[in-house]
Design a binder for this molecule. Structure first.
Ligand code: COA
Length: 145
């Protein structure tokens, strides 16, 4: 498995992953626009030329906000998300970013476990943050990447 920068050619595969994983997936167009924007940064995990995971952040001043992280359901529990986050910490540190934040559905136990393992701490609840279904978000932060 290899982690590398996301390229235009990955957009279709990442959009498929979005559809597999989320009730409100990012479209190919929003992925394309974000990839072209300087304030976003994306990594993909690739195995035998297939995109099996990806992670995106948006960078605001000295903070990175995780937009999404997803791993193909056939490849889960093999440390792929952990590797993507480690690589993203590295990239962000090199860009001078001090901290990372994210929102996660309060019912998403696998993701919450993952973020805690990677050193994120809960910093509160944002009521009714999500649609389809409506649900609260847990806000998490990690300082000193
Ligand atoms: N149950 C409990 N803990 C889990 C878990 C599960 N199903 N999946 C991952 N974890 C936690 C564990 O602490 C795990 O460490 P361990 O294997 O030593 O116990 C750690 O996360 C790392 O797991 P990893 O194998 O790197 O995760 P993954 O590659 O399977 O990807 C997600 C994890 C959350 C990205 C994946 O389940 C996914 O794509 N889910 C759908 C999309 C999603 O919900 N994204 C998050 C949006 S906020």
């Amino acid at each position: 498995m290899q982690v590398r920068n996301m390229l235009q050619k990955d957009i279709k595969s990442v959009a498929e992953l979005e559809k597999q994983c989320f009730s409100q997936p990012w479209s190919e167009n929003s992925l394309k626009e974000s990839l072209e924007s300087k304030s976003y940064y994306f990594l993909v995990a690739e195995e035998a030329d297939e995109v099996i995971g990806y992670m995106g952040v948006t960078i605001i001043l000295e903070e990175a906000d995780v937009t999404n992280i997803a791993v193909n359901s056939e490849y889960r529990r093999q440390g792929i998300a952990e590797t993507l986050i480690h690589c993203m910490f590295q990239v962000c540190k090199e860009k001078g970013i001090q901290a990372m934040t994210l929102e996660v559905r309060v019912s998403n136990k696998p993701a919450i476990q993952l973020y805690k393992k990677m050193g994120f701490c809960s910093a509160g609840i944002r009521k009714n943050f999500y649609q389809k279904p409506i649900e609260d978000a847990m806000i998490m932060w990690k300082y000193q990447l």
